[in-house]
Design a protein around this ligand. Structure first.
Ligand SMILES: [Zn+2]
Length: 255
């Protein structure tokens, strides 16, 4: 996506945040930053969704915000938004797509009054439907896809950027009960881990004893690797709730 488009979306988003004006520069610089990496890091394919890269930058932005580092927050968020916006535009890599890519980018770059109005609407909508949670972010990111319609692509890229921005700048206080729930699940999780270690240790002792008694060396890997791996996998597989709550907790800076 062209630089001016990234910048225009960032400017409109920034207005919604009610931050001191001097932060705007930081945000805009971050939003165009990934295009300067292009030559140095060709592996960043801008027009393919970099799901984990984006998620990582969004989480870093949120962590900075929670800790009161607005500048670092905007830097990370800006980079994430760049990749999000680019991910809506079909890659120019294939020949038949190149034409429509240029057409799209050209069209998207012209900011008439009408386009600006649409942009602001998309931002308002995004802020309205946003939920400040990692689950929401993941859901939004996994719904990103190439859009071939010029108006639609700008609208979706902007609305999605607004949803992510509003989520990062969402309430700092955790929802009631989250802290306690996380603590409880963590205790259970730690107990499971120590249970798995004890069973693995017993398995290793039995294995060693049997190996000596039966003089069969092939028993060792079964008791030393296979059984412990199965035990850990079994015990930790139904710990999904713990990992979900852990992610939610760290969104609020709960360790
Ligand atoms: Zn780009």
């Amino acid at each position: 996506m062209r630089k001016e488009v990234h910048v225009q979306i960032a400017k409109e988003l920034f207005k919604k945040l009610n931050l001191p004006k001097n932060y705007e520069k930081v945000f805009i610089r971050a939003v165009v930053e990934p295009d300067r990496w292009r030559r140095r890091h060709p592996r960043y394919k801008h027009h393919y969704l970099q799901y984990y890269t984006i998620l990582d930058y969004v989480k870093r932005a949120r962590e900075a915000y929670i800790n009161g580092y607005i500048q670092a927050c905007l830097q990370n968020l800006g980079i994430a938004l760049h990749f999000i916006q680019d991910a809506f535009i079909p890659s120019p890599r294939t020949r038949e797509l190149r034409k429509s890519h240029q057409h799209l980018e050209g069209k998207v770059a012209s900011f008439k009054g009408e386009t600006l109005f649409m942009l602001r609407n998309a931002i308002d909508e995004g802020f309205m439907v946003s939920v400040s949670s990692p689950k929401f972010i993941e859901n939004v990111l996994s719904n990103i896809q190439w859009i071939y319609d010029e108006d639609e692509v700008l609208k979706c890229a902007t609305k999605t950027s607004a949803m992510i921005t509003a989520a990062v700048f969402g309430p700092k206080d955790p929802p009631s009960g989250l802290r306690e729930k996380y603590r409880m699940l963590k205790e259970e999780h730690d107990k499971r881990i120590s249970k798995a270690s004890i069973i693995s240790l017993i398995s290793a002792i039995i294995g060693l004893t049997l190996t000596i008694l039966l003089e069969n060396i092939y028993l060792l890997p079964i008791f030393f690797f296979i059984i412990p791996i199965l035990i850990y996998a079994g015990i930790l597989s139904d710990d999904e709730e713990f990992y979900e709550v852990k992610e939610e907790a760290s969104w609020y800076g709960i360790k």
